[in-house]
Every structure is written in C-alpha cells, then in structure tokens.
Design a protein around this ligand. Structure first.
Ligand code: HEC
Length: 282
C-alpha cells in the first residue's frame, strides 16, 4: 500500500518528532525555585466580599450603589480620612447622587474653605459652594510629605481604580493592621505592618481602631470597624466611577439590542432564502 515518503515528508516528520522531544524534555526539567522573598511570602490578597454595585452574582455585570452605604462611607471619609487625604476630583454638587438634597449639599460645602482671590487679586480663602471641588488637604506633595514624616497620603478620588481589585483592596487594607510582624521581615520602626500593602510596611497609621466607635452612624448600622471599612471602600468606588450605574445600564441595553437584532437578522435570512433552499427557481 505505502508509497514511499518523499524527502520533504520525511524531513517534516523528523522535525515534528524533534519538536515533541524538546517540549517533553523541557517539561520534565526540574524548575529553578525563585529565591525566597519574605514580602511575597507574607503578602495577602484582598478578601472578596459581596458589593451591591457588583450586582447579580457579584459578577460586576449589573449592580447599583447602595445610597445609604455611600452616605455612611462619606461620613467615615469626612470624619477620619479627610484629615490626611483629599478627594479633589469630586465636586460638592456630585454628592446629590448620594441622595443629599441641594440645601444639604450647600451646608456640607460651606464647612470647607477653598482658595480664591479677592478683588485686589490677592490670594484668600472662602467657604466652598456646591460648584467647588473638595479642597486639597495639603497645598502640594512636598508639604504633605513634610507633615506626614516623609510619606505621601494620595488623593483618594481614583484610588479604587488605581489598585488591582481596588474596592476589596481598600477595605482589606483598612482592616489589615497586624501587631505580630513575621520574624523574617525587617519592618522599619517608623512604619506599620500591614500584609495587604504591597511592601507590607505602610506609613499610614491605622485609621480605623476596633471598638472605638469613631463614627456615629444614625441609621442603625452597627458601628464596627468592618462596617466603616466596607462603607468607605464603597464610597471611594463611587468617587472613582460615579457613572458606574449608567455604564452598566447602557451596556445591558446595548446587549439587549444586539440580541434582538440578531434574532431579526436570523428571521429575515430564513425568509429570503426560503424558496432557494427548497430548490424552487428564484
Ligand atoms: C494620619 C493621616 C492619615 C489618615 C487619617 C488616613 N490616611 Fe491613608 N494614608 C496616609 C499616608 C501617609 C499614606 C501613604 C502610605 C505609604 O505610602 O506608606 C496613606 C495611604 C493610603 C492609601 C494608599 C495605599 C496604597 O496602596 O498606596 C489608601 C487607600 C488610604 N491611605 C486610605 C485611607 C482611608 C480610607 C482612610 C480613612 C478611613 C485613611 N487612609 C486615613 C495617611 C493617612
């Protein structure tokens, strides 16, 4: 039966065999262990929890913000985080999306001072209006570092987008302070041990202290550090993507539209080709 193989075919088979042998050989080689790195070994991944803005199945396809939670988170931000961190990309009037009325926003804004110039062009400050953005805590990075012992507390407006799995990360970071430092990790004395922070040693002192009831919740939500951390993480998700709900709605509407159009397209295909398929003359 067999016609003898051509030289090209033989070369091809040979090459293929050589390739297979090389791959197998590579697969059974012992792997070189990367050198032990205590930072990698002790680093923790954010705890995954269910968020209303992640919608059905926590998948992130659908979802809406929990307004009451955002308001509580804003309260935590205002009473704790705002001592060091700005949210300079958020305007006071944006807060109406959290369910505050126009008057309430005016009152909140008036509690902040923003930079302005007087009629002589001299720099001055005045109470903020709803059109202003949240002011910076420090006028510039150098001033911030000088006040924070060399560390820079970043603006938090976009932090949940700037970190992988940002919402869960911020929550875990806030709950992640640990007293016991692993023996093989040399923590600088001026920093705090937090295995959720990339370098494990963070310059931010623990902002949320267990059992201290730092923030007074008025809606009956238990005043635990877990709730504070969760609520402020949700709030910072909103500051980073205030239009999250619109994006999801538009996406779902577009998918619905495409599904309907696909169905209509299929029906018209059936109709146009019906006679041709039956073998009738066109
Ligand atoms: C006493 C000042 C202070 C307070 C209060 C404070 N922070 Fe910080 N925060 C810092 C400093 C300083 C850093 C920079 C840490 C570093 O680079 O080691 C930081 C960093 C961060 C980071 C960035 C971590 C990263 O991955 O880079 C987040 C997120 C954060 N803080 C959230 C918060 C939240 C939320 C609150 C309120 C619950 C808060 N902080 C309260 C000083 C503060």
């Amino acid at each position: 039966m067999a016609q003898s193989l051509s030289i090209v075919q033989k070369a091809g088979i040979g090459l293929g065999a050589l390739f297979c042998v090389t791959v197998l050989w590579g697969a059974v080689q012992p792997r070189e262990e990367p050198p032990y790195d205590p930072v990698k070994a002790h680093h923790e991944h954010p705890e995954q929890i269910v968020w209303s803005h992640n919608g059905i199945g926590n998948l992130g396809v659908t979802g809406t913000f929990d307004r009451a939670q955002l308001q509580r988170g804003f309260q935590v931000y205002r009473q704790v985080c705002s001592a060091c961190h700005s949210i300079n990309r958020v305007a006071f009037r944006d807060l109406e999306a959290l369910g505050y009325g126009e008057e309430q926003v005016k009152v909140i804004a008036s509690e902040y001072e923003v930079a302005d110039v007087d009629s002589d062009g001299e720099p001055t400050t005045r109470p903020a209006t709803p059109a202003d953005k949240f002011p910076l805590v420090y006028p510039n990075e150098a001033a911030a570092r000088a006040a924070q012992g060399g560390a820079y507390p970043p603006d938090l407006s976009l932090i949940t987008k700037a970190r992988h799995d940002g919402t869960n990360y911020v929550r875990s970071l806030l709950l992640g302070y640990r007293d016991e430092v692993p023996e093989d990790f040399a923590k600088p004395d001026t920093l705090w041990y937090n295995p959720w922070f990339a370098s494990l040693a963070i310059a931010m002192p623990q902002p949320l202290i267990p059992d201290a009831e730092q923030v007074e919740y008025t809606d009956g939500t238990p005043m635990t550090v877990e709730n504070y951390a969760t609520d402020v993480a949700a709030f910072l998700t909103w500051t980073a993507e205030p239009k999250l709900e619109n994006r999801k709605e538009t996406g779902l509407a577009a998918i619905g539209f495409l599904i309907i159009m696909t169905f209509l397209g299929y029906l018209s295909y059936k109709k146009i080709w019906r006679d041709v398929k039956k073998g009738k003359p066109a």
